[in-house]
Design a protein around this ligand. Structure first.
Ligand code: NIG
Ligand code: FE
Length: 423
């Protein structure tokens, strides 16, 4: 059958073997490698792939794209970000460099709460503009799907503003955004003595978020001096009743039992896990909850790295994400996150590919379409200025992505976003 697009002269095609289930144990170390390969695309999905030049799929109107003998992988899935927010926090960065801890800055009304003030004041147009620029940067680094959280409003008006801007961007921008409601990201100062009313307010917001179809997941920051396990149980159980998928920020600074709660409630993922306990690992191992680790945050905060070798050895399903946000991970360069995963988490290239495509797709419940290159899956893929994936991890902090295709459409060409030229 004639394809709409053929990518030929692929030196190495690297993809997880399947996305039917999250990879664990030995599967994490396995990828499908095809040398001298082609990819054929029809109607935005993969029609065929394999060795050779795919000549039998070339018709009169087929576009032929040359991969120049280089590497192709599935589009990367960054499954934990706070992409829609306003402003930046460089002045707190200086404070942090002088040794003031992350939670101390938050306690003093800064941190997340300073981004909340900026986001409350921003117009939807300003929010749109800043977030669009971030999405373009992510796309140029090979990311074709992101998860994006609210949580810089903490009131109905601003949470809805963030989620609506995100929904518009999802429609306008080639990067797909999986939306998460994180109303319980921090306790606003005016609720200091009335925590329960704030939590009830978050539940109330959930109703509107659901009605407007603004989020698929609900998340909470379960941390010492933020929200405890019982508060997390309340929010996540209310979310579950309303049909949301669940996520949790847990075991980032102190292990409170948030991971065990996530597994008990059947959360799609438990995220951070820098200080996860053996009990937490045991709970994950026996559950369908994906362990989503965020090594850029450890790098940036100078804190512990999640004990990934131990988790992998136990057979936990593991994903890696950037946590892009203005406080603890201000960088949209997902390839740099993957460099850190290699260097500090000691993950192999095969493990990193599975974690940033297949398992990440599972953690946002999109594995029926993305996370692997195979017939009938979305034609989301990346062509690198590199011949193999180990090179991309080794030659660090550089953008090795040359071209990106989203649903079979060329959206980054020679390192530049070109998607607006063709809409
Ligand atoms: O995942 N830990 C909580 N939330 C974000 C940080 C948000 C911020 O500092 O603005 C995180 O690291
Ligand atoms: Fe986060």
């Amino acid at each position: 059958m004639a394809a709409d697009l053929i990518v030929r002269n692929i030196g190495t095609l690297w993809t997880p073997k399947t996305a039917k289930s999250p990879a664990r144990g030995k599967e994490m170390t396995e990828v499908l490698e095809i040398k001298n390969a082609f990819l054929a695309v029809k109607d935005g999905v993969i029609l065929d792939m394999g060795e050779g030049d795919g000549a039998s799929h070339v018709g009169e109107s087929t576009i032929v794209h040359d991969a120049q003998g280089d590497l192709v992988t599935p589009g990367l899935v960054d499954s934990h970000t706070h992409v829609v927010h306003y402003g930046s926090r460089e002045y707190e960065f200086e404070k942090k460099m002088r040794g003031v801890p992350y939670l101390k800055i938050l306690e003093e009304g800064g941190g997340i709460l300073s981004s909340v003030r900026a986001t409350r004041e921003a117009t939807p147009e300003e929010l749109y503009r800043q977030s669009k620029q971030s999405l373009d940067t992510m796309l140029r680094h090979g990311v074709t799907t992101v998860e994006g959280k609210s949580g810089y409003g903490l009131d109905m008006e601003t949470e809805l503003k963030q989620l609506r801007v995100q929904k518009t961007l999802d429609a306008d921008h080639p990067v797909d955004i999986v939306p998460t409601f994180l109303g319980a990201h921090a306790l606003p100062g005016d609720f200091k003595n009335d925590r329960m009313s704030f939590l009830e307010r978050v539940v109330d917001m959930m109703g509107t978020v659901r009605e407007e179809g603004l989020a698929e997941f609900v998340d909470i920051f379960c941390e010492k001096n933020v929200f405890d396990v019982e508060e997390s149980r309340y929010i996540l159980s209310e979310a579950k009743k309303r049909g949301f998928g669940l996520k949790i920020h847990a075991d980032e600074i102190e292990p409170l039992g948030g991971v065990e709660l996530a597994c008990e409630l059947g959360a799609a993922s438990a995220d951070h896990l820098m200080v996860i306990t053996d009990e937490g690992i045991a709970a994950l191992k026996d559950s369908d909850t994906v362990a989503n680790v965020l090594p850029s945050t450890s790098f940036y905060l100078g804190s512990d790295y999640a004990p990934v070798r131990k988790m992998l050895q136990e057979g936990v399903a593991l994903a890696v994400s950037s946590d892009y946000n203005p406080g603890s991970s201000p960088s949209e360069n997902f390839l740099f996150t993957l460099n850190i995963a290699a260097i500090h988490l000691k993950m192999s290239p095969q493990e990193i590919l599975n974690a940033s495509t297949r398992n990440a797709a599972h953690s946002v419940k999109r594995a029926d379409r993305i996370g692997v290159l195979e017939k009938d899956m979305a034609a989301d893929f990346v062509i690198y200025d590199a011949q193999n994936f180990p090179y991309v991890l080794y030659h660090f902090a550089i953008n090795h992505v040359r071209d990106v295709f989203k649903n079979g459409r060329l959206v980054v060409h020679n390192k530049q976003c070109v998607w607006e030229d063709t809409t």
